[in-house]
Design a protein around this ligand. Sequence first.
Ligand code: MN
Length: 295
Amino acid sequence: MLPRKANSMKTLETILRNDTMHWVGDGFPVRSLFSYREEADRISPFLLFDYAGPWNFEPVKGHTRGVGEHPHKGFETVTIVFDGEVSHRDSTGGGGAIGAGEVQWMTAGSGVLHEEFHSPGYSKTGGPFRMVQLWVNLPARDKLTPPRYQAITRDMIPEATFDGGRARIVAGAFNSTIGPASTFTPINLWDVRLVADADVSLPAPDGHTTMIAVLSGRITMDGESVGEGEIARLTRDGDGVALRADGDAMLLVLTGEPIDEPVVGRGPFVMNTEDEIREAIAEFNSGEFGALAPS
Ligand code: MN
C-alpha cells in the first residue's frame, strides 16, 4: 500500500450563490445557497443551506412574524442565529427561544410538527436579523429515530483560537476543542471570525464534504474571491483549507462525511425512496405527527 499523501490542502471546486431571495412565512427572507434538489451527492451529508438576512425588521405590534405549524421527517434542521431571536414550539412538547449566538439542533427523525416565529421580545424591538438554517441528512438506519432537540446556548460553545482568528465549535472538533452537538454521522460546524487580512489554514478532515459559507466580509481561496452570501465548496481530498481574509470576515465552516445513499425528498420530508415519501405524507395527513404543545 502506498503511504497517504500528508498535508495536502483541499482545493476550490465551485462557488455556490443565489441572488434570488424568497420569504419563508413572513419572518425569514431566505436565499437557499445550496439544495439537495440540485446536487444531493456533492453536498452530502448536508441537504439545504437557507441563509436568512441580513435584514432589518421594523418593530411590530399585535402580530408575530414567522412560519406556522409544519412537519419535518427523515433529517435534522440546525438553526444558527446571529442577529435577532427565534421562538419555536413543537409536537414533542418542546419549545423555547434561540438567541443570537445560539444554535438549535433539531432531529426530526420519525416526524415532528413545529412552528418557527420571531420571539415576542425581538418582534417588539425589531432590528438586525441574520440566521442560517442548515438541513443535515440522517443515514437510512437513523431516519426513524425519535425526534429530539439540542438547545445549544452560548456558554456551551467552546472557542478555539488559531493564527489569524477564532472559531466557536458547535459540532465536531477543531484540534483538541470539541463541540457540544451530538450528530449521527461525523460533522464539523464552526462559527469562524478572521482578523483583517489574515492568512489562515484550518484543519478539515480528508474525505469530508467541505464548504465555507461567507457571512460577512470577503475571502480569497485559490485565487478566487468569495463574498457575503456565497459558499466555497472544496474538494473532499485533502486535510486542510488555506484562505486569506480580505478585511474582517465571518464564516461558517461545514464539513461532513458523505452519506452514500439515495436522497428522495418532497417539501419537508427527506427519505430514501418514493414509497417512504408517500408514507410520510399519509402519516402527516392522518395526524400521526401529533399536535403542537399549548402556547
Ligand atoms: Mn421547520
